[in-house]
Design a protein around this ligand. Structure first.
Ligand code: BGP
Length: 462
C-alpha cells in the first residue's frame, strides 16, 4: 500500500455534455443526433433516444447538489448550439435558453464548483449540417459567432472555456467509419472536416481573446497514443503514421500553431490536402490554447501493413498501417475498449517533453459497465468497486507523471451521472451517480462516496 498525494489545488471533477444530459424540452431546434434518432431509432440501443436523458434541464438543481455532496471541485458540461441559438445566421438567442444556462452556471458556482463550459460536443445543428456541416467555411464562421455570443453572455462568470470536445470524432465518425451522422466514408472529406474544425477552434480562441472577458480557453482532445507491435523499423513507422493522423494532427496546431510536417507530406503525396488559406494558417499560428484537456480511454496498437494495398480501394488511414491485436491485452468487454492505465504516464510525459509542458488535465477517463443494477445492495447503492479500482490504477500512473514534472492540474471522470451515450444509449453506465431511467431517481454510487474522500484529502491509498 502506498499513499498517492496530489499537488495542492488539484481539481477533482467530472465531465458530461448538454446533448447527453439535458433532454430536449424547450429546445429551439435539433442537432444531427436528435434528427438521426427521429429518422432511424433502431440504430440506438433499445431504441432509446435523447428526448429525456437525465432531464438535467429540469433537474439541474438536484444534480448540482449531488455534485457538491460527492466533493467535486470542477465540472464540465456543454452549451447546446441548438438550444441557445434561435437563428444561426443572425445569432439571435432564445431567452428561455439563456435563462436556463445562467441559472445552471450560477448554481454550479454557488456550490463552490468551477464550471468548465464546452461549446461543441458532436451536436451539429441539423439545419447547418444540411448546409454542409464542418465541410462548409460558412458554418465555421457561424460557429465562431455562436462561440462569441457565449463568451459575451456567460464570460463574466465562466473562466474555463473549451471550444470543442474530441474534434476528430465528427471527422472519423461522420466521414470515415460511419458511426455518426451523416455516415459518409471519404478520407479527403474527413480531412476537410477535421481541418475546418481546427480553423473554427482557432478563430473562436481569437475572438475569446479580443473580447477580454478574462479566463482561459482549451480544446479537449481524445488522445490514443500509438504503440507499435515491435521495435522493428516498419512497425515503428506504422506507429508514427497512426500517431500523426490521430493525435499530432490536432495536438500540434492547437499547442504549437502548426501542422506536423510528416502528416502534411503524407496528405500531399496522396492528394488529400484540404482547402486552406494563408489567412487561416495565420489564425491557427497566432492562437494557441492556454491549457489542454485530454480524454484518455485507450491506446492504439498498430503494426506494419501485412497485406498488399489494393490500388483501386479507397484510401483510408489503414492504407498506411494495420491494427495489431495484442495477445493478452486487458479489455473492458462492455465497451470493447482496451484498459491500459500505464498509458496515462506516457501521455503525461509526452505533454511535458513535446508540448511545452503546457498546463493540462484529464478531461475524461472512465469505465462504462453494462447491467450495473446487479451490484445494487439493499440500501440501493451500486457497489462499483471495479470503477474505484479502475480510477485508482489510472491515477497512480498519472501521479508518477506529475512527480516527474508533468504539469497536470486535474482529473475529470466521465461522467457525473449515468447519461445517454449516443448510439449506445443507456447501455453502459459511467457515472459517480446512478440514474433510474423509469423514475429519474438519482443515487450516489460507492465511487461517488470514494471520490468525495479523495477530493477532501487530495490523496488516496492503493
Ligand atoms: C467520449 C465522449 C463522450 C462519451 C464517452 C464515452 O469519447 O466525449 O461523449 O460518450 O466517450 O463513450 P461512449 O458513450 O461511446 O461509451
Amino acid at each position: 500500500m502506498a499513499i498517492y498525494k496530489f499537488p495542492e489545488n488539484f481539481t477533482w471533477g467530472a465531465a458530461t455534455s448538454g446533448p447527453q444530459t439535458e433532454g430536449w424540452s424547450d429546445k429551439s431546434s435539433f442537432s444531427i443526433y436528435e434528427h438521426w434518432f427521429q429518422t432511424e431509432p433502431e440504430k440506438f440501443h433499445n431504441g432509446v433516444g435523447p428526448a429525456v436523458n437525465c432531464d438535467t434541464y429540469r433537474k439541474y438543481k438536484e444534480d448540482v447538489k449531488l455534485m457538491k455532496e460527492i466533493g467535486l471541485t470542477s465540472f464540465r458540461t456543454s452549451i447546446q448550439w441548438t438550444r441557445l441559438i434561435k437563428n444561426f445566421d443572425t445569432c439571435e438567442v432564445d431567452p428561455v435558453a439563456v435563462e436556463f444556462y445562467n441559472n445552471y452556471i450560477n448554481e454550479i458556482i454557488d456550490a463552490g464548483i468551477e464550471p468548465y463550459i464546452n461549446l461543441f460536443h458532436f451536436d451539429m445543428p441539423i439545419e447547418l449540417q444540411n448546409r454542409g456541416g464542418w465541410e462548409s467555411k460558412e458554418v465555421v464562421d457561424l460557429y465562431v459567432k455562436y462561440a462569441s455570443k457565449c463568451f459575451e453572455l456567460f464570460g463574466d462568470r465562466v473562466k474555463k472555456w473549451c471550444t470543442f470536445n474530441e474534434p476528430i470524432v465528427p471527422a472519423e465518425g461522420g466521414y470515415l467509419y460511419k458511426f455518426m451522422y451523416p455516415n459518409i466514408s471519404d478520407f479527403k472529406r474527413a480531412i476537410q472536416v477535421g481541418y475546418n474544425t481546427i480553423v473554427a477552434h482557432a478563430k473562436a480562441v481569437e475572438s475569446f481573446r479580443k473580447l477580454k472577458t478574462g479566463g482561459e480557453i482549451t480544446i479537449v482532445l481524445n488522445l490514443t497514443p500509438s504503440y507499435p507491435r515491435s521495435e522493428d523499423k516498419k512497425d515503428l513507422e506504422a506507429s508514427r503514421i497512426a500517431d500523426g493522423i490521430f493525435n499530432r494532427s490536432f495536438l500540434d496546431p492547437v499547442v504549437h500553431g502548426n501542422f506536423p510536417e510528416d502528416v502534411v507530406e503524407l496528405l500531399k503525396n496522396n492528394d488529400l490536402l484540404p482547402e486552406y488559406t494563408e489567412e487561416e494558417l495565420e489564425v491557427i499560428k497566432n492562437n494557441p490554447i492556454d491549457f489542454l484537456g485530454v480524454n484518455y480511454y485507450q491506446p492504439r496498437r498498430v503494426k506494419a501493413k501485412e497485406t498488399e494495398v489494393d490500388p483501386n480501394a479507397p484510401i483510408m488511414p489503414e492504407t498506411f498501417f494495420d491494427y495489431y491485436d495484442m495477445p493478452g491485452k486487458r479489455m473492458n468487454p462492455y465497451r470493447g475498449w482496451e484498459i491500459a492505465p500505464q498509458v496515462m504516464y506516457d501521455v503525461a510525459i509526452n505533454i511535458r517533453d513535446n508540448y511545452n509542458n503546457i498546463p493540462w488535465y484529464i478531461s475524461e477517463n472512465g469505465m462504462g459497465v453494462e447491467g450495473e443494477e446487479r451490484f445494487r445492495d439493499e440500501n440501493g447503492v451500486i457497489n462499483d468497486d471495479y470503477r474505484i479500482d479502475f480510477v485508482k490504477e489510472h491515477l497512480t500512473h498519472l501521479h508518477k507523471g506529475i512527480e516527474e514534472g508533468s504539469n497536470c492540474f486535474g482529473y475529470h471522470l466521465w461522467t457525473f451521472i449515468d447519461c445517454w451515450s449516443w448510439a449506445n444509449s443507456f447501455k453502459n453506465r459511467y457515472g459517480f451517480v446512478s440514474l433510474d431511467l423509469e423514475t429519474g431517481k438519482r443515487t450516489i454510487k460507492k465511487s461517488g462516496r470514494w471520490i468525495r474522500e479523495v477530493s477532501e484529502t487530495n490523496q488516496f491509498e492503493y
